[in-house]
Every structure is written in structure tokens, then in C-alpha cells.
Design a protein around this ligand. Structure first.
Ligand SMILES: [Zn+2]
Length: 373
């Protein structure tokens, strides 16, 4: 993530570009949804010219807008994708170029803009891995480029043949639970989460008062802190899970969550956590770390993973007397609900050979996880 230096005029121009870009995306989403078209080339054929003229966008922006819409629409065709007025702009080699490391040139509504970057030592060390793509985002009054970098592969990108499955339930009650029964929650996480939520509620109330401005500044600072905290926790958890799978030569198995938001009913107070605990981020970290370490990652159909008995395979709503507990109505098997889900997830992975019971080998030693301390 690279911070950009902008004058007031440059900022205004970038903001204007962002607005037009996202208006164009909303326009295109409307058309795609109305005509049920999820094909990039078909949309391009029909609307490319109109997008360009109507929103005065460059050719490359028009193409990028269409792919952004197609990507979102494909994910869930039952809803029309909606884009925020100041949502990210996608750049690539055709509308962005780096001039060394401390300058970058970006296409806007009015030609190119050459901007200085504020780049740190850490980022410099990875600069050789910058690829030609980046998202331009606007956050708390500042523009940043999120550049795509190549992750160096330690070994060649080949995966080992797994001798077992490590199912991982990305949960609501706990952040993650695996099929060995290891739970990743951490009281500290919970404590910090509550503290931020409490603080935020207090600060939002203060808006109506004369302390409005101070409260707003504090809110801004906090949103950054909280985001970094979550990111760090997600890094730690994903690292532990991936090294555990690797140390036991197992594959990681996750639920395929396409469309899960509309499927799962989450209670109101849980919904907050479900959407806010950077849920997607943990998956993303798991995926790229698994790939980097050569750990196979499999996705399974999530239907009834929390209702099926892993012992006798009876599927029944009543197997879950409460949100946290599982008790089979048929065989009486009783366990924590998240663990049961993780076991079912592991069991659903497609296998060619009978699974050998995992033994702990290699570098992984189970430990008690302390997050954020
Ligand atoms: Zn049972």
C-alpha cells in the first residue's frame, strides 16, 4: 500500500475520476442485471461506446469498469451489484506507469497525472515484485495505491499429496475451529472487539454535541487501528493453520462460501461480527499462504455442515439445540457445534485413497495460541 502525495487540485481531479468510474460501474451493473449478461465481451459489445461517451472515460477505464461489474455480478447473480461513489479504481499497465519508485503516473478524466509517492523501506525491498496492477483507494482524505506484488514461492509451486484432511470452520462464535478440535478465538480478541464497539457507540453519540469534531477525529484514528489489529490476527491464525496442515501433510478444507450470506441466517447481534470480522480476509490469507507453502486447499459444499452428525450422518435441525452445542438426536453424539462443523467439512473433501490417521510430524507443535499480546 503506497501513499500518494496530492495537491488540492490533483485530489479534486482524482475524486472526480473516482466518481465517474463508479457511476459508470453502477450504470453497467444496471444493464448487466437487467439483461442477465455476465459475459465481459457481450457487455463490451453492447455498452463500451456508451460508457465512454456518457462518463467521459478513457478506453482502458471503460474496459476495467466492465470487468469490475462482471466479477461482482458473477459472484451472486441474484443481486444487482452496487458500487460506492468513492470505491476503488482498477489500474493496470495501460493506464498507470511507475517512474522509478517515488513517482507514479495515473490516467484521470483529464489526461495523466504524475504523483509523488511516500514509500517506506519495507515497500522498497519488495518493489521488484510489483506487477502492473493496482487499486486506487481513498481513505480518510488520502489516496493510496494498493499494488499487486508477486509472492515468492519458497519451493516450486507443486503441492504435496495429502494424507489426510484438516477441516476448518470459519465461525461466528469462534474465529476458526479445526477438525482436530483446536479453537482460535482468544479472549484478547474478544476484549478488543468489545472495546472498539463500545467506544464507537459512545463516540457516535457525541456527534450531536460540541465535541463532535474531536470525536470524529478519534473515530477515524480508531478505524485504522482496528483494521490493522484484525489483519494481524488473521495473519497469525492463517499461519498457524497452514503450518499445521503442512507439518502433518494434510490438505486444508474450507466451505465454499459462494452465496452464503443469503443462505445462512445470522442473528442480529451475530451479524455484526459475521460481516465485520474481516471474514473474507482470513480466507484470503489462508489461500495465499497455503499456495505459497504447497499445501493443497479444497472447497466443499457447505450445506448442512452444522446439522449433520459426523458419527451416524443423520441430518436434522434438532441436532443443534443451541447455537454452540451439537447433540445428535439419533446416536447421542455430543460436542461443540463449531468442532462438529469442522469435522464434517474435513469428511466431505473428495479423496481418492483411504485417509491415514494424521500423526504430528515435522515442524508443527500444537501450542496455546495467544493473539495480539
Ligand atoms: Zn449421530
Amino acid at each position: 500500500m503506497v501513499r500518494l502525495e496530492t495537491s488540492e487540485a490533483e485530489k479534486a481531479l482524482l475524486l472526480e475520476t473516482m466518481k465517474q468510474y463508479n457511476s459508470a460501474a453502477n450504470f453497467t451493473a444496471e444493464k448487466a442485471f437487467e439483461l442477465k449478461i455476465a459475459n465481459k465481451y457481450e457487455l463490451q459489445k453492447l455498452f463500451y461506446k456508451e460508457i465512454r461517451s456518457r462518463f467521459s472515460l478513457s478506453a482502458q477505464f471503460a474496459i476495467r469498469v466492465i470487468s469490475k461489474v462482471v466479477e461482482a455480478y458473477k459472484r451472486d447473480k441474484s443481486v444487482k451489484p452496487a458500487f460506492r461513489e468513492l470505491g476503488a479504481i482498477q489500474y493496470d499497465q495501460r493506464n498507470m506507469s511507475w517512474k522509478g519508485l517515488d513517482k507514479v503516473s495515473l490516467t484521470t478524466l483529464q489526461g495523466r497525472l504524475k504523483l509523488r509517492t511516500r514509500i517506506g523501506e519495507y515497500q522498497k525491498s519488495r518493489a521488484d515484485r510489483i506487477r502492473g496492477q493496482a487499486d486506487l483507494i481513498y481513505r480518510n482524505g488520502v489516496f493510496y495505491l494498493i499494488a499487486v506484488v508477486d509472492v515468492p514461492n519458497k519451493k516450486k509451486r507443486c503441492e504435496y499429496e495429502p494424507v489426510g484432511m484438516l477441516g476448518v470452520d470459519l465461525g461466528i462464535e469462534n474465529i476458526a475451529t479445526d477438525s482436530d478440535g483446536e479453537v482460535f478465538s482468544g479472549e484478547k480478541v474478544e476484549y478488543v472487539r468489545k472495546r472498539y464497539n463500545g467506544l464507537r457507540a459512545g463516540l457516535q453519540k457525541a456527534r450531536a454535541t460540541s465535541r463532535h469534531r474531536a470525536a470524529q477525529r478519534k473515530l477515524k484514528r480508531m478505524s485504522g487501528k482496528e483494521r490493522r489489529f484484525k489483519r494481524n490476527v488473521n495473519h497469525v491464525i492463517s499461519k498457524v493453520i497452514v503450518s499445521k496442515a503442512k507439518g502433518t501433510t494434510r490438505a486444508i478444507v474450507l466451505e465454499d462460501l459462494k452465496g452464503i450470506r443469503s443462505r445462512v441466517t445470522v442473528r442480529h447481534e451475530q451479524r455484526d461480527r459475521h460481516s465485520k470480522w474481516a471474514f473474507g480476509q482470513l480466507r484470503q490469507f489462508l489461500e495465499y499462504k497455503a499456495k505459497r507453502e504447497g499445501v493443497p486447499l479444497l472447497l466443499i459444499d457447505p450445506r448442512n455442515t452444522s446439522r449433520e452428525c459426523p458419527e451416524c450422518h443423520v441430518i436434522d435441525k434438532r441436532n443443534r439445540p443451541t447455537r454452540n452445542d451439537f447433540e445428535c438426536i439419533c446416536c447421542g453424539y455430543k460436542e461443540a457445534a463449531d468442532y462438529v462443523a469442522a469435522r464434517n467439512i474435513a469428511a466431505r473433501a473428495p479423496v481418492n485413497e483411504p485417509i491415514v490417521a494424521p500423526t504430528l510430524t515435522g515442524s508443527y507443535k500444537p501450542t496455546t495460541l495467544v493473539i495480539g499480546s
